[in-house]
Structures are given as C-alpha cells and as structure tokens.
Design a protein around this ligand. Structure first.
Ligand code: G4P
Length: 278
C-alpha cells in the first residue's frame, strides 16, 4: 500500500515551527523512547541546529531500559541535551526544568550581564502526534495554567504558558510527522499507537510484532503467548498468532486477538519493548 498523507502535512508543520523560531530560546524535541529513530521527523535536524535543543525520550516506562540508556548516550554524543522520562507519571520533571535552564544558559547569562534579574526562557515542544507533548506541557505548567497572552512584538495569536519558574512554554506544540520511509517504520509506529490512521490491518501489525519479539524479546513473547519457547520456534508467525488466539479463548478470531494484543502492547503489558534498537 502506498501512503500519501505524509508530505503535505509535514511541510506545513515545518513552516509553522520555522515561523516561530525567532521567539523561542529552547526547542524540546519529544521522541517516543520506544522509537527514537522512527518517531523522529527527518526535517527537525535543520531547525534544531539554530537553537539550543533538548531531546526528551518520553514514555520510557514502556521502553527497554537498556536501550533507553544506549539511546541517551547516542543523542548525547550527537551534541544534544537528553533526558528520558515518563511524563504520564510525572517522573524526572525537575530534571527537565534544570536541563532547560542549562540549555538556555548562554542567553540568560547575557541578559543577566545586562542587568536583567530573572530573564524569561521561552520553550517550544515539537514531536509527532501522541508522543506526549501535551502531557509534558501540562506537567511543566502545573496549576499555573494562566496564559501570558499576546504582547507587543510577539506574533499575534501566540500564547505563552507560565510555569512556577522563569520558563514559559508555547501553548501549541509543533506537530511533526514521523519518518515514513518504509513498511517497517510504519509497522513500528502503528504497533506503538503513534499513528492512529487505519493504514494497516491489526493482524499485519500483530504479525510484525510477533516476528520482532521472536527475534529480540523472546522471553516476553513466551510469557504473553502462553506458548513454550520450543513451540514458538517450530511454528510460523501466522501459526503463532493463531495458537495465541486459541490460548486466549478467541478460537479462530485472530483479528480480535490482534487488536487485543496491540492494546496490551501499548500499555506495556507485554514487556518493556523498544522497537528501534541501538
Ligand atoms: P501529544 O500531545 O504529543 O499528542 O501526546 P499526549 O500528551 O496527548 O499523550 C498521548 C498519550 O500518551 C496519552 O494517553 C498520554 O497519557 C500518554 N503518555 C504521555 N506520556 C506518557 C509516558 O511517559 N508514559 C506513558 N505510558 N504514557 C504517556 P491517552 O490520553 O490515554 O491516549 P491513548 O493512550 O489513548 O493514545
């Protein structure tokens, strides 16, 4: 199947972010820790070169901790500030605030030298849909949800959210579109619920997941499938799907089981699984 929704949306998102770049001190690029490559917009590279840039590996509660560590080192080597977090459960938020301040240090120090006492740091978040941008914004803003509002010299319609600190956040995050180079990337995004469009059948995504788990997370597959390692190794992937369906009492309704399996996967109930392996 060819996927056609990508380029138009992507250009629009890129332009929106570029328009606002002058107003922003720090860009937070939110990635899904399970998909640090596949959830990365190929065009963000050029944008973030112009600004201090933080990579957030979000949903690390769902990702393989060993992989998250490796990816953290990878992005650090790239020269980015990096932090892994679980925004849903509010972990590591004070570390993110510290990192924002560190990333903006050059600017704030300049302003302080000029006599400013507590210069405002303006931050924008960007990332693909469903990676947790709104959750992070809500955590940062907390109860200070008051909108700072438009000001002279600020583009009309621009709203900055106040936080407890001198950090302000652009109220609408930049929505970027994921890489969509090939079928595999598409399956990974679908498996993690990063794309909601029904461009794949659930059973195809489930088969992809089975194959991936078999290769990289066999113990998690054994546990979830209720099949032995030996049985998994002798069956074809479609037969694994069928036997799992039966083990869960759904007879031959593998479509229903595939949907169930993906729901469990996305909630982290199959295991902590990273799909882009470092
Ligand atoms: P977005 O603005 O980037 O589109 O993402 P948003 O914050 O709306 O988050 C999307 C979903 O991901 C939400 O679940 C949210 O609770 C969940 N989420 C965000 N951060 C984390 C995290 O660190 N760990 C986990 N496990 N989940 C996180 P939702 O509203 O239930 O949506 P859905 O799960 O039905 O897609």
């Amino acid at each position: 199947a060819t996927i056609q929704w990508y380029p138009g949306h992507m250009n629009k998102a890129k332009n929106q972010l570029e328009d606002k770049l002058d107003l922003i001190d720090v860009i937070i690029e939110v990635l899904d820790a399970r998909l640090p490559v596949s959830s990365r917009n190929p065009m963000i590279g050029n944008l973030v070169k112009k600004k201090p840039h933080i990579v957030v590996l979000n949903k690390c509660d769902l990702a393989d901790p060993v992989q998250t560590k490796l990816w953290t080192h990878y992005f650090q080597k790239e020269g980015s500030f990096v932090i892994s977090m679980d925004a849903q459960h509010n972990t590591n938020m004070s570390a993110l605030i510290k990192l924002i301040k560190l990333a903006a240090k050059e600017k704030t120090e300049k302003l302080i030298a000029k006599g400013a006492s507590n210069p405002i740091i303006r931050v924008a978040l960007a990332g693909i849909p469903n990676c947790g941008k709104s959750t992070i914004i809500n955590r940062l803003v907390g109860r200070n949800a008051a909108i700072v509002g438009d000001r002279p010299g600020v583009t009309k319609g621009q709203s900055w959210l106040k936080t407890k600190t001198n950090i302000q956040i652009l109220d609408t995050p930049g929505i970027l579109w994921p890489k969509f180079e090939d079928q595999t990337v598409g399956y990974k995004l679908a498996a993690c619920g990063a794309i909601k469009e029904d461009i794949f059948h659930a059973d195809d995504v489930a088969l992809f997941v089975i194959k991936f788990l078999k290769a990289h997370y066999l113990n998690d597959l054994v546990k979830f499938s209720r099949l032995s390692k030996e049985r998994i190794e002798e069956l074809t992937d479609p037969d694994i799907l069928l036997e799992m369906t039966q083990n869960y009492g759904m007879r031959d309704d593998y479509d229903r089981f595939a949907i169930f399996m993906l729901q469990r996967l996305r909630k982290g109930k199959i295991g902590r699984i990273t799909f882009d392996l470092r």
